[in-house]
Design a protein around this ligand. Sequence first.
Ligand code: MLC
Ligand code: AMP
Length: 507
Amino acid sequence: MSDAAAKRPDSVVGAFVRHAGDSPEEPCLRFEGEDWSYGRLREHAERFAAALAARGLSPGDRVALFLGNSPDFLAAYLGTHLARGVVVPVNTAYRRGELGHIIDDAGARLCLTDRERAGELEKVRDDLSQLKEIVQVGEELDDFLGAAGSYEPSLPGGDDVAVIAYTSGTTGRSKGAVLLHRNLAANVASVCEAWRWTADDHLLLTLPLFHTHGLTVGVHGTLFTGASVELHRKFEAPKVYDALLGGPFTMFFGVPTMYTRLIREARSRDERPRPLRLYVSGSAALSPQAFSGFEDLFGERILERYGMTETGMNLTNPYDGERRPGTVGGPFPRQEARVVGIEGREPLGAGEVGEIEVRGPHVFAGYWNRPDATRESFDGEGWFATGDLGSVSEDGYYTISGRAKELIISGGYNVYPREVEEVLEGCPGVAEVAVVGLADEDYGEKVVAAVVRDDPNLSAERVADFCRENLAGYKKPREVVFVEQLPRNALGKVLKHEVRERLEREG
Ligand code: MLC
Ligand code: AMP
């Protein structure tokens, strides 16, 4: 191992504690006008750790975080790690079925939530036998922290589980990706090196913290380097534009929808923000039009990169070299990627389209309690099959051209058609349903359902509402089209491409 590698901390929380010890007064976080130094955030995190310990949390026990972006989220995240626990972040849009499954599957014993989300959690609480306690931010959290005794926090080891992050599943329920502290530390070290992230950086972060992009890139990079972040509850284009006009930021990270909305915002304004050091896009494909539209208005070439929950960041356009629109660049330092044939799994040459595989210290340890799914995703030599289709150019730029998995990405959120279909099949009046993704100007792709109804009075609104009651809002079909029948092959399988073509023609 090189000297540099040997000095790299094997956990993000370890790096955070070191910065907080060396420079407790340095700014770490700004949230709704309030400043949090490294020392203050560490103190809050340690109190959370102590409170968990007082409740009998043992190393490896799971703590679910079902709350919006806030300093409490960060303190609970770091505090759980300081108590040697495992964090299970939960998408705040999830409804009872999705929420209950994750908390139950992970066996979380405590869940931190906020006022907006607590009601949804209450609906499933009785079914969650392993969940001992729900703590709501505010008075309840104050009491929880107040009951903590003295506690000497200890840092987790690199091989300890840090996070179980749930990814939507192609069939049935979502699976928990088990990420070790050393996976996360290795990935963030590579990201910081590739993007020249230093303690002088100040990030504007409006992504949700419960997903990879906001958490393991935005937050981890900040804490790993000893930099600072201004965190917003959510992305709102006018507010972000104002912040960019006035703020001392060096970086902004977003999904393509955020960039297309910022372009629209810029077109309605006379003033332009001064250049930042780095704008990064990921989680879904950035269109070449958005890339050039942004460059025209903001004077900067967005750096596009490619990642996923199981691996963190995999491929990146170069910081110094050419940022090529429509591509996601090449592997981060110390990580590998290749394209293989879908059937034979043989490595393919430049320009040939196959499935992208990745390998390296950043790749997760496997799916929680799903040895079958873990086995299916890895070959015997550590290569992880991403499920994304693509090719690599002679000079090493990867292009994502499709998906081996049937997946819709709407505004950076993943929606598996099967999950929506399963819910809609339970909607009274629905006989058959096929869900597909169609192009959408704002969200990139949108969820559309073709429905065969056996109740002629069933309305499109009712179908969407039924979905909304049972699934996160972003999974709800934006359009519902009633059809006489679904096209099927000789084996009775629905021909999705025909459904899509028909809906495109009629849309
Ligand atoms: C919200 N809504 C969406 C939506 N987001 N509908 C479709 N697609 C989406 N992405 C719906 C809500 O359910 C609600 O409808 C209505 O829109 C208004 O809600 P909102 O919160 O005001 O939404 P909006 O401003 O449109 O949000 C857009 C967005 C947000 C882009 C700001 O979706 C977002 O923050 N996306 C980021 C996702 C992300 O972090 N992905 C990273 C995954 S990690 P109703 O009817 O319910 O009221 C990953 C790996 C990697 O992919 O490489 O990074
Ligand atoms: P998730 O499982 O939520 O982490 O989503 C990961 C998926 O997002 C990947 O498997 C890709 O399909 C997609 N993705 C991430 N970044 C990009 C990108 N830059 N271009 C296209 N797709 C992307």
